[in-house]
Design a protein around this ligand. Structure first.
Ligand SMILES: NC(=O)c1ccc[n+]([C@@H]2O[C@H](COP(=O)([O-])OP(=O)(O)OC[C@H]3O[C@@H](n4cnc5c(N)ncnc54)[C@H](OP(=O)(O)O)[C@@H]3O)[C@@H](O)[C@H]2O)c1
Length: 341
C-alpha cells in the first residue's frame, strides 16, 4: 500500500508518497481499498499548519473522507447477528464522518488502503459509482445538515449561497431546490457564471458576481426586496459580511461554516432591528448528536435515486497529490476534486 504524507508545514513540496506494508485488520476491523478520496479545503489549511487541531504536527496523513471496497475483515466482523452491521469482503462502503478521528490525530484518508473499525463504515448502494464513494459526505452532509437538519428549511425559503463553485455550495443548491426554496449563488469570478449555468449539478436559480460594488442590491432584487431568510456562507468576514447583513431578511439566519474570508471590522448593529442571527455550523454536530445514521441514509438514498448528484470537477491519481493541491489552490475548479489511489 502507499499513502501521502505531509512531512512539514508548508507548500506542496511537503507532500510526499510513502510505501508501507499492507495492514492486517484486527478484531472488529476491516481493511478498505479506497476507490475515492474527496479533497477538501481543510487539507490545504492542514498542510500549511492552519488546522493543527485535526492534523496534529508533521509528519501526518491528511484527508477527511474516503470510500471503497472491503478487501479483508478481522475476527468477529462477518458473523455479527445484525445484518446491517455485518461486514464481508467485496462490500462497497463509505467511511463514516468520524472514521479518521477514530484512528487518532493525523491518520487521514490519503492512503490506498485504510484499516478502520467495521462500525465506522456505511454500506453504499450499488447505484453509486466507486469514484463518488469517498466524496459525498462533506458536500452533502454540510449542506443538508445545516439547511435541513439544523435550520429546518421550508418551501419558499430564500437562500443565499456564497462561493457558488465550491462542492458544498453546489450540493446546497440541490438541497434547496429539493426542499422547495429559492437558491441564489454568489461567485467571485465572472467567468464562472456561464460554467455554473451549464453544469447540471448546479441548480441555482440565479448567480450573482460579487466583484461588482453593489452586487448585494442585485441579489436583493431577486427576493423582491424581502432579503434572504437563510444565508449559508463559508466566507462570512469583513466587508462581505457587512453586505450579507444588509441582505438578511427580518428574523433571518446567517450560517457561517467556513474560514475563506479575511477577518476585518463588521457592523452587526442591523441585526437588532432585523432580530436576525449569525450562527456557526460544524458538520461534526451531526455525529455528536448521535443522529448520523439517518443523515447518511438520506444522502446515500437520494444520490442513489438521482435526486442529488456529485459535481466532480476533476479526478487525480493519489500519486499526483501535489498537482491536485495546486489545482485546489488555483481555484479554477467548479465542484469536487477527487483523489483515486
Ligand atoms: N463547517 C463545516 O462543517 C464544513 C464542512 C466542509 C467544508 N467546510 C468549508 O467549506 C468551504 C468550502 O470547502 P470546499 O472544500 O468545497 O472548497 P473549495 O472547493 O476549495 O471551494 C472554494 C471556493 O470558495 C470561493 N472562495 C475562495 N476563497 C474565497 C474568498 N476569499 N472570498 C470569497 N470566496 C472565496 C471560490 O468560489 P467562487 O470562485 O465561486 O467565488 C472557490 O472556488 C471551506 O471553507 C471549508 O473549510 C466546512
Amino acid at each position: 500500500m502507499y499513502r501521502a504524507v505531509v512531512k512539514g508545514f508548508g507548500g506542496i513540496d511537503q507532500l510526499a508518497l510513502e510505501d508501507s506494508p499492507m495492514p492486517v485488520p484486527g478484531p472488529g476491523e476491516v481493511l478498505v481499498r479506497l476507490t475515492s478520496i474527496g479533497m477538501n479545503h481543510a487539507e490545504l489549511m492542514a498542510r500549511r499548519g492552519q488546522y493543527r487541531l485535526v492534523s496534529g504536527n508533521p509528519p501526518f496523513i491528511p484527508g477527511l473522507e474516503g470510500g471503497g471496497i472491503i478487501t479483508a475483515v478481522g475476527e468477529g466482523v462477518d458473523n455479527v447477528p445484525n445484518a446491517e452491521l455485518r461486514r464481508s469482503e467485496g462490500q462497497r462502503v463509505v467511511l463514516s464522518l468520524d472514521a479518521p478521528a477514530s484512528r487518532g490525530l493525523g491518520q487521514g484518508t490519503y492512503q490506498s488502503h485504510y484499516v478502520v473499525a467495521a462500525d465506522k463504515t456505511v454500506l453504499a448502494p450499488e447505484a453509486i459509482p466507486d469514484e463518488w464513494l469517498g466524496a459525498l459526505w462533506l458536500p452533502f452532509l454540510t449542506a443538508w445538515g445545516c439547511l435541513v437538519w439544523r435550520q429546518n428549511m421550508q418551501p419558499g425559503d430564500r437562500v443565499l449561497i456564497p462561493a457558488a463553485s465550491s462542492s458544498v455550495a453546489i450540493a446546497a443548491s440541490q438541497v434547496v431546490k429539493y426542499y422547495g426554496g429559492l437558491a441564489v449563488g454568489t461567485t467571485t469570478r465572472p467567468e464562472k457564471v456561464s460554467r455554473l449555468a451549464a453544469l447540471p449539478e448546479a441548480r441555482f436559480d440565479h448567480i450573482v458576481v460579487t466583484q461588482e460594488p453593489h452586487w448585494w442590491r442585485e441579489a436583493k432584487k431577486l427576493t423582491e426586496g424581502k432579503g434572504f431568510n437563510i444565508i449559508f456562507d463559508p466566507v462570512a468576514a469583513g466587508e462581505f459580511l457587512n453586505q450579507e447583513i444588509r441582505l438578511l431578511a427580518p428574523q433571518g439566519t446567517l450560517w457561517i461554516y467556513g474560514l475563506l474570508g479575511q477577518p476585518d471590522t463588521v457592523n452587526v448593529t442591523p441585526l437588532i432591528r432585523k432580530m436576525a442571527s449569525l450562527r456557526g455550523w460544524l458538520l461534526n454536530e451531526i455525529v455528536a448528536s448521535g443522529s448520523e445514521q439517518g443523515a447518511y441514509r438520506h444522502i446515500l438514498d437520494r444520490v442513489a435515486d438521482g435526486t442529488y448528484a456529485l459535481p466532480v470537477a476533476q479526478t487525480f491519481s493519489l500519486r499526483d497529490v501535489q498537482q491536485a493541491h495546486t489545482a485546489m489552490e488555483t481555484g479554477n475548479h467548479i465542484g469536487k476534486l477527487i483523489l483515486v489511489p
